[in-house]
Design a protein around this ligand. Structure first.
Ligand SMILES: [Zn+2]
Length: 110
């Protein structure tokens, strides 16, 4: 198993001269784009790197760290930023797999 390419709170973020979309603590802004982490590129990479359960567990751990670093943010602000998107991202992907545009109902051969 390889480590995820995008990590929430690392001390680095510079891989081969390219700045990764990782969080800068304690501000929790992205080191690459400055957006609140996880930024859209970070979310895309996290979805690619983790399965649904792994992503939700990872997101929950990041939420706990962010809650300690950002006491001014309420749970109502932290939860969607760090956790809800992760649940919804894989739900959307599953919905797209279940209802492709070219789907046709299976016919009973009898
Ligand atoms: Zn970013």
């Amino acid at each position: 198993m390889t480590a995820p390419k995008v990590l929430g709170a690392t001390s680095g973020g510079d891989v081969g001269g390219r700045v990764e979309h990782v969080a800068r603590r304690p501000s929790w802004c992205c080191r690459a784009c400055g957006e609140p982490w996880p930024c859209p590129p970070a979310k895309d990479q996290l979805v690619a790197d983790f399965d649904r359960i792994g992503l939700c567990l990872y997101a929950a751990l990041q939420l706990a760290d962010a809650a300690a670093d950002l006491p001014e943010l309420t749970p109502a602000q932290l939860f969607p930023r760090f956790l809800t998107w992760a649940r919804d991202a894989h739900r959307r992907a599953a919905d797209q797999r279940l209802s492709p545009a070219s789907s046709t109902p299976a016919e009973d051969p009898s």
